[in-house]
Design a protein. Structure first.
Length: 161
């Protein structure tokens, strides 16, 4: 049931994502999303209520859909076309590898410090990431990524002497 809450949130986020991102901007979608991630870890660490965790997972599902839309769009807009494949595959490799390493470290932390320890660590890490990247995702940077590129100057044929 709890994962269903997240899935329903993801479907809702996908359905209204364009309108929601347009209303709150890509900058705030990323910034608020980082705080939602921290909030999810806090809810998983501190709550014993299935309802609270279900609501947190629902909100996280909405956030996940919006994050994927905005983050992937920004990455594609900021990457030179000739590097899109390499950047995309590197991103996937790092995400999948990070999940594996995180699962291993989370298991060690849970075994050593208790089942909620990985969520507390996730909460702290999410807050640190949000603080460190808050200024990176400023309005000007995101607007520049979404700006239309300047048209290329036409090439002039070389004169043959």
């Amino acid at each position: 049931m709890l994962f269903t809450c997240m899935a329903v949130g993801g479907l809702l986020g996908a359905a209204v994502g364009d309108r929601l991102v347009a209303a709150i901007t890509a900058t705030w979608t990323i910034r608020v999303g980082l705080l939602i991630e921290a909030g999810l870890h806090l809810a998983l660490a501190a709550s014993r209520s299935a309802v609270v965790v279900g609501v947190a997972l629902f909100v996280f599902g909405v956030h996940g859909a919006l994050w994927n839309m905005v983050a992937n769009s920004l990455r594609q807009r900021l990457t030179p076309p000739t590097l899109l494949g390499r950047v995309g595959s590197t991103n996937l490799f790092l995400a999948a590898g990070g999940n594996c390493v995180g699962a291993l470290l989370g298991g060690v932390a849970a075994d050593r410090f208790g089942i909620t320890a990985p969520y507390w660590v996730g909460f702290v890490v999410a807050l640190v990431v949000a603080a460190m990247t808050w200024r990176v995702f400023d309005r000007a940077t995101v607007a520049a990524a979404y700006a239309d590129p300047a048209p290329a100057a036409p090439e002039t044929p070389a004169k043959v002497a």
